[in-house]
Design a protein around this ligand. Structure first.
Ligand code: SAM
Length: 264
């Protein structure tokens, strides 16, 4: 079967890497694991051996058919669907427990998939995902570093992220042009702890990270916040007016958001 580059079909051929991805999910006996893009089953095979059951979400019809023929449906349920339309909440309700998620993602739609998982966080406890190395660097970056930005802060608001290992293009068939990194995301949303409201704070983050080169003050002004209110809230949060959002730890941004909300 020829590969479809548009669907990000670079299949993992490093068996040890596949086993490491599955091991990074922790004890999955008795758990339902959703696999995003099972492809030719490099990871699915090892998941099926260890998980209570697997829900394998594959967009490609031919691959989905081949997977159905290969696995016992009681162990691996193949769902032929775009993962961006997959209902994680319904799957968790059916499983009766939070889901674990694994996937060597189709790189062209990495960000939408990560945002979809964030939005489905109540149904999830751990995800182990392979992405392009540069994306993993952004996801796991710390404030004040070159790679830190909106994607980093958004994902880190939904839990902790850590890089596990990196693979060269030769671990895949056909080899992609980029290196790939596996990271683990433990879902533990921080809204309550930081005293912020999810939708409002996410909107605020998009505003203050809108122009990476601009200061926080200028991004706030561009978003329509009155200069006096912006200056007063920055001062109350102990943030220098010349700082950019990317240099401020999320605790400081939460303080700033609360100050601005009080002034509304
Ligand atoms: N898991 C396999 C592996 O590691 O060898 C395949 C990984 S390959 C990088 C990405 C897989 O995602 C392909 O099987 C592709 O057909 C599938 N895919 C692409 N877009 C998808 C989508 N929107 N929803 C679900 N699967 C998708």
């Amino acid at each position: 079967m020829p590969t479809k580059p548009k669907l990000g079909q670079n299949f993992l051929v490093d068996e040890q890497a596949a086993r490491r991805i599955v091991a990074a999910l922790g004890d999955i006996a008795g758990r339902t694991v959703v696999e995003i893009g099972p492809g030719r089953a490099a990871i699915t095979e090892s998941l099926a051996e260890r998980a209570g059951n697997v829900v394998a979400v594959e967009f490609d019809r031919e691959l989905a058919t081949a997977l159905r023929e290969r696995f016992d449906p009681a162990r691996v349920a193949v769902v032929e669907q775009d993962v961006l339309r997959f209902d994680f909440a319904a799957a968790a309700a059916e499983a009766g427990k939070k889901l674990r998620v694994a996937g060597n993602l189709p790189y062209a739609i990495t960000s939408p998939i990560l945002l979809k998982l964030a939005a489905s966080h109540a149904a999830l406890d751990v995800a182990v995902l392979m992405v392009q190395r540069e994306v993993a660097d952004r996801v796991t970056a710390s404030p004040g570093t070159r790679d830190y930005g909106l994607l980093s802060v958004t994902m880190q608001m939904y839990g902790t992220v850590e890089q596990l290992f990196t693979l060269a293009p030769s671990a895949f068939e056909p080899p992609p042009k980029v290196y790939s990194t596996v990271f683990r995301w433990r879902f533990a949303p921080r809204w309550v702890e930081l005293g912020v409201e999810e939708a409002g704070f996410l909107r605020f983050l998009r505003q203050i990270f809108a122009q990476k080169r601009k200061t926080l003050m200028n991004n706030l002004r561009a978003a329509g916040v009155a200069p006096d209110a912006a200056a007063a809230s920055l001062a109350a949060a102990g943030i220098d007016q010349r700082m950019r959002a990317e240099a401020v730890p999320v605790e400081g941004l939460a303080l700033l958001w609360r100050g601005l909300e009080e002034q509304k």
